[in-house]
Design a protein around this ligand. Structure first.
Ligand SMILES: Cc1ncc(COP(=O)(O)O)c(C=O)c1O
Length: 491
């Protein structure tokens, strides 16, 4: 084979025809913009038929397919069957809604295949450090704190509790592991805290039995007297209480634990204070609601998302740790092939921290870019107003519910979550539970709106978590009238 033939045999994944690939790119951006601009005109969600599922059962594609045809498959089988969380009437569970600039940022990050994690002298890391600094400023955390952007609050809780474990164990937990015959370490959170806390506790080897689920008060906030009693009992029984976990905005009801009280107890009891503020942390930037999370800034570690209430496209969460040394000590591990810190030349030089020293991942995507670009585009004051707007909308919905004879509010709105149910006199509770579950399913299947349901005590409620910058008051009017219509059809 002559050298010319050899060159021709060498392959690449770059386009054979750059011009047609460029045209496809323009079309993709146009279609995505049309999709976002006309969201409101479409059903919130559409049940994927069996034929769609079958489409994804074939073998790997051994040979090539023209790029335009690949995209046609996306348009036909993937785009119409999304969760729907970008839609103005999606309020199920607690989910964000994305932005146009965020979409551009994801494309730009992919254009350079930006790796963020190790390495220092590169703009990705400057951007991430700046986004972390902005989060600290906005949430009242000191600039000297360390932090990391994550794939979400589950990862953030895991990292925060890993730092707590390493700092509070009182022995070399990284070396000796959890089999050390030290007293059992115990952690405390309310009955309403998120399951990602249980997962983190299990993954870190504490054992789920070490997580004390403390009862809640009438507003579903942790009962601080019961918390103190649980710690006292554990000490008496030879356990080692290491961490108190507060929730700023529970998934079910948006309840916010008393942050100052928890911070005080953590200080008295020499415990780490971790806050799961997945979405509720951002109440801190809303002009009229920041008092709700006062004291959260006293946490030793603060976990939250930016893909829920800061409306950024998935995935992006964050963990901040007050003492950067504690944070680094829990994760830093440097094999020779990742040696860094000698001088300021080359990719192994250091001017900002290597982010891989602050978490369990080495390679990470450039999550920071979408935060950086959208915060700049709108300004953080607008985010504060939007968060307040969602809180106001939740109260608006609660008022509509209170005014409707066939609807019942579960409890007063504490943040941005409204739980309510359809009810008629004389119908037993078990039947009402069935009816409300069916209303959830019907309203989803008819593409009208997506609420979810939660069980509070013995009763099932429709659950509306307003973390959506596209929702308008009329969307809540429609929700209420449709719940009543479907409720009447069902009973
Ligand atoms: C209070 C709370 N904590 C943690 C999480 C987990 O966050 P993520 O889904 O980003 O992993 C959630 C998710 O809804 C949540 O509501």
């Amino acid at each position: 084979m002559n050298p010319q033939e050899e060159i021709q045999r060498e392959e690449t994944l770059d386009p054979g025809d750059w011009e047609s690939m460029r045209a496809l790119g323009h079309r993709i951006v146009d279609d995505a913009m049309d999709y976002l601009e006309t969201l409101r005109e479409r059903p919130v969600w559409q049940h994927a038929p069996g034929s769609v599922k079958e489409h994804f059962e074939g073998p790997p594609p051994a040979g090539p397919m023209p790029p335009g045809e690949v995209y046609e498959e996306y348009l036909r089988y993937i785009l119409p069957h999304q969760l729907g969380n970008a839609h103005p009437r999606y309020w199920g569970w607690v989910t964000g809604s994305g932005t146009v600039m965020g979409m551009y940022a994801e494309m730009l990050a992919a254009a350079t295949d930006a790796v963020s994690g190790a390495f220092s002298y590169m703009s990705n890391n400057y951007v991430e450090q700046q986004v972390l600094d902005w989060c600290k400023d906005l949430l009242g955390y000191p600039r000297a704190a360390s932090g990391l952007l994550t794939s979400g609050c589950s990862a953030s809780n895991l990292i925060g509790l890993a730092v707590a474990r390493n700092t509070m164990a009182g022995y070399d937990v990284r070396g000796k592991g959890m089999a050390n015959p030290a007293p059992r370490m115990t952690l405390y959170c309310s009955e309403e805290a998120h399951s990602s806390i249980d997962k983190a506790v299990e993954l870190l080897g504490f054992g789920s039995e070490s997580l004390r689920r403390v009862p809640v008060d009438g507003s579903l906030r942790i009962d601080t007297a019961a918390l103190k009693e649980a710690i006292r009992r554990d000490r008496e029984n030879g356990c080692h209480p290491v961490c108190i976990i507060g929730v700023a905005g529970t998934t079910n009801t948006g309840a916010i634990d008393d942050m100052h009280a928890l911070a005080d107890i953590a200080t008295q009891e020499r415990c780490w204070f971790h806050v799961d503020g997945a979405f509720g942390a951002w109440a801190a930037i809303s002009p009229r609601s920041k008092h709700l999370v006062a004291g959260m800034e006293r946490a030793d570690s603060l976990a939250f998302d930016l893909h829920k209430w800061m409306y950024l496209a998935y995935p992006i969460g964050c963990i901040l740790v007050r003492n950067a040394d504690d944070h680094r000590r829990a994760f830093s591990l440097t094999p020779t092939y990742l040696a860094h810190g000698e001088g300021d030349r080359g990719l192994t030089g250091v001017d900002v921290p290597w982010l891989s020293d602050y978490g369990f991942e080495l390679s990470r995507g450039f999550h920071a870019l979408k935060a950086w670009m959208t915060f700049k585009e709108h300004g953080t004051e607008k985010y504060g107003r939007l968060i307040q707007q969602n809180i106001d909308q939740a109260h608006y919905l609660a008022r509509l519910v209170e005014a409707a004879p066939d609807l019942e509010l579960a409890l007063p709105v504490s943040l941005n979550v409204v739980n309510f149910r359809f009810t008629r006199p004389g119908i037993p509770n078990a039947r009402l539970n069935e009816v409300n579950k069916k209303i959830e399913i019907e309203i989803q299947e008819q593409g009208i709106a997506v609420p979810s349901t939660v069980r509070i005590g013995e009763r099932v409620f429709l659950h509306v978590a307003v973390t959506n910058h596209r929702s308008r008051k009329e969307d809540f009017d429609l929700l209420v009238s449709e719940v009543i219509r479907i409720g009447h059809e069902l009973v």
